[in-house]
Unconditional design. Sequence first.
Length: 202
Amino acid sequence: MAANMKSLAGTLLLAMILFQTDAEPAQIGRYTAVNGLKMYYEIHGSGKPLVLIHGGGSTIESTFGRVLPELAKTHQVIAVELQAHGRTLDIDRPLSFEQDADDVAALLKQLKIEKADIMGFSNGGTTALQISIRHPQLVNKLVLLSAAYKRSGMPPGFFEGFQGASLEKMMPQALKDAYLKANPDPKGLQKMSGCCPDGGVS
């Protein structure tokens, strides 16, 4: 009986070790230095590279949390958090879509990724457009979700509505919660809410 129990225990231990080896870790976030910025990014899955760029005032999870696991089944997903968003802190430099594009391009160069599909939502879509303009050699396919490329395409008064905007009035609670989950510093949230760029949309 004792021998059988030892054998069963050994089998269970081996199964646990094999399961842990094959399982993807829950947190696979990393940081890297790009253009003076300490950028947070995550890599999920394997296959053809797919870069995910979140919307303004958002994080990887709040923009792509539900679809990322599905995308990672067929792609190597590189998801980023841009300057002043989530775990990527703000630094003393102007924010623009062009700068965000250069940051993502620098990250891909560090990762030795020569070409990737780029998917961007909202502000992230405009950043994706800037990547295709400034770094066309990196882009295989563009996937643009709710992205703007001309100011005239936005509803009248859209940009004027940001004048005098406040964190309390303009930012949905769900996005506040998502930011604070990624970075619990309320000062960072306040900085992020005031710095979303509108450059690059003419």
